[in-house]
Design a protein around this ligand. Structure first.
Ligand code: PBG
Length: 325
């Protein structure tokens, strides 16, 4: 059967009909808002390459989190910027580390909010790499204990979920075992499973002050042209105990989101990363694009690609726009 019997335009003729046959929806419950917490007091530094995104000290973080809660956003993911960095990332797993302090303060005031912590060493190492370095190499196996210790310290501070972003082999298992043997078998792991070595993280490294001081991350993060490998990484993370799997970045990797969604029966998160945010902000500030329409179209596209959850710096704007209808 074909035209003129079939006329797809019939169901597009007015907004009510379009609403009725709409296949995918962006909801506030899909959103996770990334936030940066820095040592010190009364600090709120706007990140130059990410307008509207701030590094907050713990005292200033609380009112910012309040806004997130008021908007009905269910979860935040926290990144920390410590006062001092060293070779073995002590600040990452210190009991009074900046993330641990922030988690305690946020959970005390907002017990219902899901507080996720990014588990990585790069913000806490003097060399800016996501693992322990020996002779200029990022060492896989020795790094696992540090990551596991970091995740445990976050759970002990009250984190609801941990999200390893380092891309070391075996880290999900190391973290799962550490949490389980310390009474935290109920804490889910959201694994950055298919995390690519991407140029889209540039602005984040300003925000988190985590740029590598030598070399790059291509020996641990995935090679952008690869697709089958993303399924292997995801399968490994699931076997090791991941509860949610993530694809990162989002927009240039929507095919990966779809493949993972089709292959596995696990919730899939997509990270709409800093460079994706910065590009939209820059073009919108010049009046070249309509920010609201572009953002809603991009994020709905991620849902259509198969994402169940979206980490995005646009979360607060989106929550407002969804409320306005
Ligand atoms: C830490 C980490 C990074 C991001 C999230 N966790 C940076 C990196 O791998 O260099 C990037 C997030 C973004 O760009 O918004 N490893």
């Amino acid at each position: 059967m074909y035209f003129p019997i079939l006329r797809p335009r019939r169901l597009r003729s007015n907004e009510t009909l379009r609403r009725m046959v709409r296949e995918h929806h962006l909801r506030v419950d899909d959103l996770i808002y990334p936030m940066f917490v820095i040592y010190g007091e009364n600090v709120a530094n706007e990140v130059p390459s990410m307008p509207g995104v701030y590094q907050y000290s713990v005292d200033r973080l609380l009112p910012a989190v309040n806004e997130v809660v008021e908007l009905g956003i269910p979860a935040i993911i926290l990144f920390g910027i410590p006062e001092e960095k060293d070779e073995v990332a002590v600040g990452a797993y210190a009991e009074d580390g900046v993330v641990q302090q922030a988690v305690r303060a946020v959970k005390k005031e907002f017990p219902e909010l899901i507080v996720i912590t990014d588990v990585c060493l790069c913000e806490f190492t003097s060399h800016g790499h996501c693992g322990i370095i020996k002779d200029g190499e990022v060492m896989n196996d020795p790094t696992l204990e540090y990551l596991a210790r970091t995740a445990l310290s976050h759970a002990q501070a009250g984190a609801d979920m941990v999200a390893p972003s380092d891309m070391m082999d075996g880290r999900v298992r190391a973290i799962r075992e550490k949490l389980d043997s310390n009474g935290f078998s109920n804490i889910p792991i959201m694994a950055y499973s298919a995390k690519y070595a991407s140029a889209f993280y540039g602005p984040f490294r300003d925000a988190a002050e985590s740029a590598p001081q030598f070399g790059d991350r291509r020996s641990y993060q995935m090679d952008p042209p690869n697709s089958d490998e993303a399924l292997k990484e995801t399968a490994m993370d699931i076997e090791e105990g991941a509860d949610i799997v993530m694809v990162k970045p989002a927009l240039a990797y929507m095919d990966i989101i779809r493949r993972i969604k089709d292959e596995f029966t696990y919730p899939v998160a997509a990270y709409n990363v800093s460079g994706e945010y910065a590009m939209v902000k820059a073009a919108a500030s010049k009046g070249w694009i309509d920010e609201r329409s572009i953002v809603l179209e991009m994020l709905t596209g991620l849902k259509r690609a198969g994402a169940d959850l979206i980490l995005t710096y646009f979360a607060k704007d989106v929550a407002k726009w969804l409320q306005e209808g």
